[in-house]
Write a new protein. Structure first.
Length: 192
């Protein structure tokens, strides 16, 4: 059931294979409660390897993934991005940031980013070493120069899956902090 009082009609969320994807259900639940009437999700293969698409489907209207076996006609990248009032990539891995910055269309998510008629909002989630690399910073600047929005991640002490130790990481802001920021971006896009 759609809620008529939510500010965004149709939100498209792209989920990539950053460890932050395990928190995706909490973000989607909050988006459905306070941000968007309809939420669709595009998941990369690496995101699906970390959290099953059928789990994510409990928290949104529909999930799309690469090479989905279905007898039904699936909307493609152009149809998905034309449907969306706002397109948010959460979490945005360094790989997705690089692909988007360099116009790569390697999967349904990056193809959709490239086909989006509106600016895309990227919510990065990565370890601090990768974030600080000149290549990553160039890619972030390229995305901004191309008219996209990059949300600044929080710098926190976080568990590093690779090393099994605590370390500095760039993580997604909590949903209650991210939603007002996304609303500000949406209102700016709406009136530009």
């Amino acid at each position: 059931m759609m809620k008529p009082d939510l500010p965004i009609d149709r939100l498209l969320v792209g989920a990539s294979g950053s460890i932050g994807v395990v928190e995706l259900p909490a973000y989607l639940a909050n988006f459905r409660a306070a941000l968007a009437k309809q939420v669709r999700v595009i998941m990369t293969a690496s995101a699906v390897a970390m959290i099953p698409a059928h789990t994510v489907a409990f928290f949104c209207d529909r999930v799309f993934r690469e090479h989905e076996n279905s007898l039904q006609q699936q909307p493609g990248h152009i149809q998905l991005t034309q449907w969306a009032d706002m397109f948010v990539v959460l979490p945005a891995s360094v790989n997705i940031l690089a692909g988007a910055a360099n116009g790569m269309a390697q999967n349904l998510l990056t193809t959709s980013i490239l086909a989006s008629p509106k600016p895309v909002v990227f919510c990065p989630n990565t370890n601090d070493l990768m974030w600080d690399k000149p290549a990553t910073q160039r890619n972030l600047q390229t995305l901004r120069n191309d008219g996209h929005v990059v949300m600044e991640p929080d710098l926190v002490e976080a568990y590093d899956v690779d090393t099994g130790e605590m370390g500095r990481g760039r993580t997604l802001p909590p949903p209650e902090e991210l939603i007002p920021r996304l609303l500000d971006v949406y209102r700016g896009l709406e009136f530009s």
